[in-house]
Design a protein around this ligand. Structure first.
Ligand code: GLN
Ligand code: ZN
Length: 769
């Protein structure tokens, strides 16, 4: 590690900060505006107040350059669409009538006009609004928001660095507008887009910005030579402009790989790279490329998307190495701090010893400035802080929470055979047919039934002590009685208890598993005004007692038909939580899997002959680089099998996933060795059935025939015609009839009508066999 002073003083910076405010003031202001309770003026003032306090927090912590333009009323990709004038035709009138209302119409739709599609931002749980482009898209520069924020920050005495989505990432995230040929490649619009970026850059310079940051996370994915060439052309063009701020191109979430030399050679002044664990190869690649002579390197050494304290000495050592590779090295988090909660110091219910291991946005900011100081002044200047950090890291490594002997012994003893069902699939299928005696095209649902206001009230009343646990459980049981009676009346074949006791499919289990932590205020933006509080996988995971058996058994006691046990799978438990960074993900997944395996065993012993283990997140956690995917899929599928393989041959294991396209992971789905899989398919017209068939998928499948994302009730004709499409791909013996996903977000009236139609369609199509 270097202890001598660096040549140039290292600056501390971040790419973005949580937008919502400590009390989620932004959510309240925006939702108030939607309901007409908050005026546009008041909303704008609330937003300006949040920006002011965020910048002040950053400056007080010692951040030299503050980000602007990272703030958004809904989503920064949507803001970029507005900035370049890519407004879909169907929203033009609304935007012309009122910019703010038009903006929200693009985000959320209106009674008559559909919103932009929403999808996940790389492999995070943040969702962005997908730009819609077509061959005739005309871009026009609208820099007013960006310019206003630069002026705002300057007026408050800060040194602002506007942050924009870069042109390559913007185009790579876009998709052809509805009705446009699917083969249309938005990247072909690059030459039309660049002059608009040029105009925005000139405006930012005029406003007083000396640097601008262009985010290009899409370049950390596998990119074709044509795409790399487009990146090269774009930064050649922007770099050679004369009227612009200095340009920092930022990458994060993974290594830049082949894009690194492309950007290093381009005439921009700075490059930001991720140097955390998952992108460690950047260090090697940068050295191999001969460094960044003449450029500013912003080093993302503090993990911006997880919540653990930094290993400061390790980061200083990385920074020391980097000093030899660039003209100037600055310190940052690996990505925007948007993906972590705001402040760990307010989590008063977390054991203070463990709380010392946590760093949310505020704590990360302090780490960044400390590292910049260490780099500039030498490590002696921060010796006390380094010692305290070392002590916290040691406490974490040696804690009984992170190393539970019984859990360790159990995972270490897992053999390959433990994650394999002893019987072949055909043997199991036969035993299950005898056990269950289901008709052809059996009907079922995905698990949850409408989460009514009464259920949410009951949970709130339990939390506040207005009702006791017995009263709460009676309300849950009464809900289960209703859900069961309804399913029997409609004639569904495999029933569910409806999941009324679950606040959330991950949180419900996290709250009951030892080793998981919950936060009180750890909100992270999922999309728009929706925030989630991901639980923290803090220690070794074990199960103190059965978690779901009580409800499933109660439901089974009410009917002669089979009731499905319902669990969230290990991969999804990891994907929607903050994970440990001190052991491979596969090890954590294995611990969770063993805890769930015990639950599966208890459900079976309690009489469940069908058990569903949901893995909706299997695909979304797929690594960004193809080379990393086989390793991920290996541990992910093993964890699922470990969860489910301890059952008898005649116990039927179901799984469920919801995404329209999954052609690239059919093999992994096969590897799960589940007996039945239900999938989202209604909107893609059963395409998944064809994909399964094309891959020779040998087991039973239920491609959804009811799109639960819409309040629309599918007619019997529609559902029947989707089923016939399914039958064209899969034999009747292997086709199930079910909705796309759980019904928790639906109301009862449309749920009733839709499921009645679904059963009627199954009966009709059975009659045609
Ligand atoms: N069993 C869960 C439900 O029905 C599955 C939810 C999901 O796939 N996201 O709600
Ligand atoms: Zn689903």
């Amino acid at each position: 590690m270097t202890s001598k002073s660096a040549v140039a003083a290292a600056r501390a910076t971040v790419y973005g900060y949580p937008r919502q405010g400590q009390g989620r003031e932004l959510k309240k202001a925006i939702e108030g505006y939607w309901k007409g309770r908050v005026s546009a003026d008041a909303l704008q003032q609330a937003a300006a107040g949040l920006r002011r306090s965020n910048w002040q927090q950053l400056a007080d912590a010692g951040i030299h350059e503050v980000p602007t333009g990272d703030f958004s009323y809904y989503d920064h990709v949507l803001d970029t669409s507005v900035m370049v004038g890519a407004i879909p035709d169907r929203h033009r009138a609304a935007v012309a009538a009122d910019a703010l209302d038009g903006y929200f119409a693009m985000a959320r739709g209106t009674q008559d006009v559909a919103p932009l599609e929403m999808t996940k931002w790389f492999d995070t749980n943040y969702h962005y609004l997908v730009p819609e482009l077509d061959p005739n898209t005309v871009f026009t520069a609208n820099s007013s928001q960006q310019v206003a924020q630069v002026r705002e920050a300057l007026a408050l005495g800060h040194s602002p660095r506007p942050v924009l989505v870069g042109p390559i990432t913007y185009l790579l995230l876009a998709k052809p507008a509805p009705g446009v040929d699917e083969g249309f490649d938005p990247l072909t619009l690059l030459d039309r887009l660049l002059p608009v970026y040029a105009e925005v850059l000139a405006d930012l310079r005029a406003a007083g910005a000396s640097w601008v940051q262009l985010d290009e996370p899409a370049l950390v994915q596998d990119r074709s030579p044509a795409e790399l060439n487009a990146a090269s052309r774009a930064y050649q063009a922007l770099g050679t402009l004369t009227d612009r701020p200095k340009v920092l191109v930022a990458s994060y979430f993974d290594r830049l790989g082949e894009a690194l030399p492309v950007l290093a050679k381009s005439p921009v002044e700075g490059l930001a790279l991720d140097f955390t664990e998952s992108a460690a190869a950047n260090l090697r690649d940068l050295a191999a490329a001969g460094g960044l002579a003449g450029k500013r390197l912003v080093a993302g050494v503090v993990n911006g998307r997880n919540i653990w304290i930094n290993d400061l000495e390790k980061s200083l050592s990385t920074l020391g190495t980097l000093l030899g590779l660039a003209d100037r090295v600055d310190v940052a988090a690996s990505c925007s701090l948007l993906h972590v909660p705001l402040d760990a110091s307010v989590e008063s219910e977390i054991d203070p010893h463990i709380a010392r291991w946590l760093a949310f946005a505020r704590q990360k900011t302090a780490e960044i400035t400390l590292l910049a100081r260490g780099l500039t002044e030498g490590t002696e200047a921060i010796a006390a802080e380094l010692a305290a950090n070392r002590a916290d890291l040691t406490a974490r490594t040696t804690s009984a929470i992170t190393r539970h002997p019984a859990v360790r012994a159990r995972t270490a003893a897992v053999t390959d055979a433990d994650s394999r069902r002893p019987q072949s699939y055909p043997e199991r299928a036969k035993a299950q047919r005898e056990q269950l005696g289901l008709p052809l095209l059996p009907t079922t649902t995905i698990g949850s039934f409408p989460q009514t206001a009464e259920l949410r009230t009951a949970r709130a009343e339990l939390r506040s002590g207005r009702i006791d646990i017995a009263a709460y459980e009676e309300r849950i049981e009464s809900e289960i009685r209703e859900v069961l009676a309804f399913q029997e009346r409609v004639g569904i074949d495999v029933l569910v208890h409806g999941e009324p006791e679950r606040n959330d499919m991950v949180q419900f289990f996290a709250e009951q598993l030892t080793g998981y932590l919950a936060t009180q205020h750890g909100w992270v933006q999922s999309y728009g005004t929706r925030y989630v509080r991901p639980p923290i996988l803090a220690g070794d995971i074990s199960r103190a007692k059965p978690m779901t058996v009580r409800w499933t058994t109660y439901a089974q006691s009410l009917t002669d038909r089979p009731v499905k046990g319902m669990l969230t799978g290990p991969v999804t438990m990891l994907a929607w939580s903050f994970v440990r960074d001190d052991q491979p993900l596969g090890e954590t997944a294995r611990q969770v899997a063993l805890a769930l395996r015990d639950e599966v065993g208890d459900l079976e012993r309690a009489g469940a002959s069908v058990i569903q283990v949901d893995e909706p997140a299997l695909r979304e956690t797929l690594p960004l680089r193809g080379a990393d995917r086989p390793g991920y899929l290996a541990w992910a599928t093993e964890a699922f099998r470990l969860t489910t393989s301890g059952v008898r041959a005649n116990t039927q294991i179901h799984t469920h996933m919801c995404y329209a396209e999954f052609g690239d992971i059919v093999e992994a789905i096969d590897d799960l060795d589940a007996d039945v899989i239900s999938l989202e398919a209604a909107r893609s017209h059963m395409q998944v059935a064809t994909e399964l068939a094309a891959h020779g998928y040998p087991r039973e499948a239920g491609p959804g025939v009811y799109d639960i994302h819409s309040p629309r009730v599918p007619t019997v004709d529609e559902a029947a015609s989707l089923l016939r499409k399914g039958l064209a791909a899969l034999p009747a013996e292997r086709l199930w009839v079910n909705p796309d996903c759980g019904l928790k977000t639906r109301g009862w009236p449309e749920t009733r009508a839709s499921l009645e139609n679904l059963v009627a369609a199954a009966i009709r199509v059975r009659g045609e066999l």
